[in-house]
Design a protein around this ligand. Structure first.
Ligand code: TRP
Length: 324
């Protein structure tokens, strides 16, 4: 059976190196192999947490451009906005009606917030977020869904919901599998904690050379002097370097640590390597940014291509539940 890869990107925040190594690169590798692929901007997911319209719009634009700059080929991959496919919202409601509330009560994302705030400030979108995600996936009969480890439970819920529906109304949905990529998760931010917008420790993916340098200089190190041997295995500069480097470069960098490289020089080496790697992405990004309408058109077209597929599936779903 041919595989259909599908993944969504929540349009909040600006893309950083953690997103690049954790999501963008592994998903593009999959898309560029012989699979059929569907990548979309999960813009209706973003309003669960963000209520600043400008931020939502800018983030969607930057994220779309980041994926294109990193090599997403819109002739090979269906690339669209969730909000353009109204069938997803219709399916989401139908799935709400086969999902038990208890399943949503158990969602980690909801449970974590609930115990902090006792439901205060939790909107129903956050509570039923996994159902919208299930609709995103099931509407296109995806077989494989590449996601980060934090999404494992959501994929299990999607499978649960799909099985429950199929069992009740007939075999409509393909049961998808998660492809978990944990690699980017361990990329540390400038303070050593996991790189994340909420910790304000990110190194942006799309920045000028100067901005890249600035954020690399912020990486926290210890106070060992130049000439003193340093432990690479616990060093954030080294960890980030190793994401960009090949084996030879890693061995050389290890040796430099043992020989007592200064923190300034170590950061500079990281900067030069990262910059070399990111330069083509940056160039492409700035080109896209000078013609934002092209990206808007491209997403409009992507939506038009996939919409009929969503409508076909939804027709079957409606019929199966007796809404004709
Ligand atoms: N919830 C996902 C995240 O935050 C984004 C997402 C929305 C998604 N819908 C999806 C991922 C469907 C995969 C498939 O990362």
């Amino acid at each position: 059976m041919s595989e259909r890869i599908l993944t969504g990107i929540t349009t909040s925040g600006i893309p950083h190196l953690g997103n690049y190594f954790g999501a963008i690169r592994p998903s593009l590798d999959l898309a560029n192999s012989a699979n059929e692929s569907f990548f979309f901007l999960a813009d209706y997911h973003s309003i669960i947490k963000v209520n600043k319209p400008k931020e939502v719009a800018i983030s969607a634009q930057k994220i779309a451009m980041a994926w294109l700059a990193c090599g997403l080929d819109p002739n090979k991959t269906f690339f669209y906005r969730q909000s353009d496919i109204k069938q997803i919202l219709e399916l989401s409601w139908i799935l709400h009606c086969v999902t038990s509330k208890g399943l949503m009560n158990r969602a980690h994302a909801y449970k974590a917030l609930k115990s902090e705030t006792d439901d205060k400030g939790i909107n129903m979108g956050l509570f039923s977020y996994p159902i919208l995600m299930a609709a995103d996936i099931l509407i296109f009969n995806a077989t494989k869904v590449p996601v980060g480890p934090d999404q494992t439970q959501h994929l299990e819920m999607t499978r649960d919901i799909a099985n429950k529906f199929n069992h009740t109304f007939g075999e409509i949905f393909t049961i998808p599998e998660a492809l978990i990529d944990g690699d980017g998760e361990s990329l540390p931010g400038t303070d050593g904690k996991k790189m994340s917008k909420s910790y304000q420790n990110i190194i942006p993916l799309l920045s000028t050379r100067e901005e890249l340098k600035k954020s690399i200089l912020k990486i926290v190190t210890n106070s060992l002097e130049p000439g003193e041997p340093k432990d690479y295995s616990t060093c954030n500069v080294f960890k980030i370097y190793s994401y960009f480097a090949d084996n030879n470069e890693i061995d050389e960098f290890k040796a430099a640590y043992e020989e007592g490289i200064s923190w300034g020089d170590a950061k500079n080496k990281l900067f030069e390597l990262a910059d070399k790697h990111l330069e083509p992405i940056r160039d492409k990004y700035f080109k896209l940014e000078s013609n934002p309408q092209d990206v808007i058109d491209l997403l409009d077209e992507g939506g038009k291509k996939v919409m009929p597929m969503a409508e076909d599936l939804l027709c079957n779903v409606r019929e199966s539940i007796g809404i004709t």
